[in-house]
Write a protein that binds this ligand. Structure first.
Ligand code: GLU
Length: 481
């Protein structure tokens, strides 16, 4: 794909909720496209819905983007601060005859829609006030009516554009629901609050947006926005409509599907790298040979809309978990420690005594790292290193047999005073097996049961070394006898 204009893209979230995975994926595609073409990734907070917009949602969205590494250029544009520019555009449309005031009351509009429904017709505004004479208009104002402002949509028009994902697109003017409201109801000498499609067009032009990349649920808006931009004589951006994210049943992912906010994924223990990687795969196929595990920078070096699918992208937890595991397994122990320590300390662990030693903590991370899927797994798996484990039935059964008891009795007096090296540990196991007259495997299984209260767990020798280093092995073995 040849891109000639300087690329300026934007994410335009509405702060009416926390950062949704769909918005975050749109952000990823915008960011990748900007990076690929050396362009700018801008942010616009669409906070014109005064009732539903909340500052805490703006904070959540900005924090979520930062956490994912989707840094934006410059200061975010705050849409509500631009109302005068929006009103000026509406005034121009009124002056040029592209827009007019419509005095139809809510009751009249409802009656109109009821009639359409009864006749099995699609609901649409019937353009009834499009050509009011000055006298008719005066009479309506004298009745005390207020007016919305509507933008004329020619039923005969065909709106066409080339979409970077979907190719050649065409929308019939007749399918846009009649003349569109661009400003809320207000007295006839005023311009009421400007509405979504109008403000987007004005702001995209003000920001010099070259490409609008957003979900395919905006396609009908695109048709309207192209008409508005044309009437306002504004430059038209190129559009790319990305596929929706679907749930397991193939329906649009919604709040009902449980986890949908980036902050919820964060709280569940997903890493930003893994989530950003996975979101890139939601609708984009990496080139042959790239595999499915990559960084945002790596994806940016090859990102192209030619490889964005048209079909919806099904959310696949197994794949996300696999990627998250890959990311965690690749982390250096020191890095993993930085991430796990706050989670441990929140539980009162690793704050004092030998478990507060950073190098011991790092060794524990090296031991646990390879078996983590979620960061939070590093809490559960670390628990027996910080607290006395309860013994599960299998471990209990193991400890109940005679060979196990003999093995542990043979081991206990030989525990070294100082460090336990892997070689010394191996020798101690061999000696205990010989003294107790059992196989080495029995000694190992019994030791694991005594140390962890379970027959499962990470590498035994390292586990033992770590517990020995904090002086916990002797007590646990004694307690099992
Ligand atoms: N505020 C709109 C949304 O969150 C933005 C749509 C657009 O990108 O134009 O859906």
């Amino acid at each position: 794909m040849t891109i000639t204009v300087p690329v300026r893209v934007r994410l335009a979230p509405s702060p009416t909720g926390t950062l949704h995975i769909g918005t975050a994926r749109t952000a990823v595609f915008n960011w990748l496209f900007a990076r690929r073409h050396g362009g700018k990734f801008l942010l616009r907070i669409e906070d014109t819905d005064k009732e539903r917009s909340k500052p805490e949602f703006t904070t959540n969205i900005l924090e979520g983007l930062q956490w994912l590494g989707l840094h934006w250029d410059g200061e975010p544009m705050i849409q509500s601060e631009r109302i005068e520019a929006h009103r000026a555009a509406i005034a121009r449309l009124l002056a040029s005859g592209h827009a007019y005031r419509c005095y139809a009351s809510e009751a009249e509009l409802t009656a109109m829609r009821d009639q359409q429904q009864a006749a099995s017709k699609a609901p649409r505004y019937d353009n009834r006030h499009r050509n009011l004479s000055p006298d008719q208009e005066r009479a309506l104002i004298d009745e005390g009516r207020q007016a919305v402002i509507r933008f004329r949509i020619d039923d005969e028009a065909t709106i066409q554009w080339h979409d970077l994902v979907r190719g050649s697109m065409s929308w019939a003017g007749a399918d846009l629901g009649g003349d569109m409201v661009i400003a809320r109801r207000a007295p006839a000498d005023q311009i009421g609050d400007p509405l979504y499609n109008l403000v987007v067009v004005v702001d995209d032009a003000a920001m010099g947006i070259s490409h609008v990349i957003r979900g395919e649920d905006h396609i009908a808006n695109t048709a309207k926005q192209l008409l508005l931009a044309d009437a306002l004589e504004l430059p038209l951006p190129v559009f790319a409509h990305t596929p929706l994210i679907l749930n397991q049943e193939g329906r649009k992912l919604s709040k009902r599907d449980g986890v949908t906010s980036v902050s919820e994924f964060q709280a569940m223990g997903y890493t930003p790298d893994a989530l950003a990687n996975y979101m890139t795969l939601l609708g984009w196929s990496p080139p042959e040979g790239m595999g499915e595990r990559f960084s945002l920078e790596e994806a940016a070096s090859v990102f192209d809309f030619d490889r964005v699918n048209r079909a919806g992208a099904r959310f696949d937890w197994d794949k996300l978990n696999w990627i998250n595991g890959q990311v965690l397994h690749a982390l250096a122990p020191s890095n993993l420690r930085e991430q796990l320590l706050p989670l441990w300390q929140a539980r009162g662990w690793a704050t004092a005594g030998p478990t507060a030693d950073p190098s011991w903590q790092e060794q524990l991370c090296a031991l646990l790292g390879p078996s983590l899927t979620l960061l939070a797994d590093g809490i559960e798996q670390a628990m027996p290193f910080f607290t006395l484990p309860t013994t599960d039935p299998q471990a209990s059964a193991q400890l109940g047999n005679e060979g196990a008891q003999a093995a542990l009795r043979a081991l206990l007096p030989n525990l070294p005073e100082g460090d336990l090296s892997p070689e010394a540990a191996a020798t101690l196991l061999d000696q205990a097996a010989e003294t107790a007259g059992v196989k080495k495997g029995v000694v190992m299984k019994s030791l694991r049961a005594a140390l962890l209260g379970s027959l499962q767990g990470p590498d035994l020798i390292t586990t033992w070394q770590l517990l020995h280093a904090i002086g916990a092995d002797q007590a646990r073995i004694s307690a099992s006898l």
